[in-house]
Design a protein around this ligand. Sequence first.
Ligand code: HEM
Length: 344
Amino acid sequence: MALSSLKFFSILQFLIIAFSMLSTRLNADDPPLTLDYYASSCPFVFDIVRRVMECEVLSDPRNAALVVRLHMHDCFVQGCDGSVLMDDTVTLKGEKKASQNLQSLKGFRTIDRIKSMVESECPGIVSCADIVTIAARDAVMLVGGPYWDVPVGRKDARTASLELANANLPAADEGLPSIVSKFLYQGLSVTDMVALSGAHTIGMARCQNFRSRIYGDFESTSDRSPMSEIYLSRLRSTCPAAPGSGDNNVSALDYVTPNLFDNSYYQILMTGDGLLNSDQELYSSIFGVETKQLVQCYAVDPLEFFKQFADSMVKMGNITNADSFATGEVRRNCRFVNSLIRSE
Ligand code: HEM
């Protein structure tokens, strides 16, 4: 297909997705979150979360990345309501088997550890959704990233949605227009999307998610900047071409400073060495005029990146829906609704 008609259809597809998603958006009115929500009911909650996260990150810096991703995957599905933490039961189908979560999303044990410490100090007070949000902020800070104040007061959902998890979570092989529309649906802008993608300055991706990038099977809308040969051959030795072989072998999303939260992720994109197709598209897609400028800005200005990342994390953390406030609870065990725990 000629590039111009490809471009036309992709723009059309983008507009259709964006408008249809915007018309079905969740209620994104300002959520009733405050900084001092637990000031009298659980004054040490922030200290407790910080202490556990310090141990977790000290024992393995990857734990920081796991918790940050967990927070995002929570917020993109019916708002930040701890739904991602729920295990499957006879009566509830959780989100852990969604295509972007299965064998991929981790960090649940870290949240369990924090929750049990918090419960022993102030039982039944602090929601799991708040714990994940605070832990994500601490995770970023503990590996060198920015600090921001975390508004709290979220409720935990009594439901989860596998369908929404499959629909809302962006995938590595999705084109830029479609990913943008998923962020717009959440009330997040293109600037939020590029800044939040900077979370890929830490953590790992599995071969399954970058195979098409390194063997050229991705239908890209990029004027591709090729990956460097040395990096490509290193990735190919980790990730065999045949689907199914080595799917879970991992490589760092930011090979320069994999455990440090800095702006090298954006510098890598400018050399063409983004690990995921979705990463590289931010800089190389023909639809990415705005995203490219933002990548260039954050690559040279780490302070601007930190400031925008912090603001966008607060914004993402504020995604709520009226249901979780009306019908939610503070789960005692993050994996199950309270009614289930009582009846067991
Ligand atoms: C822009 C759209 C995004 C796409 C398409 C995307 C996709 C992915 C994929 C495919 C992985 C690798 C998972 C695996 O192989 O198991 C990953 C890892 C990760 N993502 Fe994203 N992501 C996006 C945005 C975000 C955002 C907004 C955040 C947080 C603010 C985030 C945080 C992370 C982290 C920290 C990891 C590393 C996790 C680990 O070490 O296991 N991502 N992402």
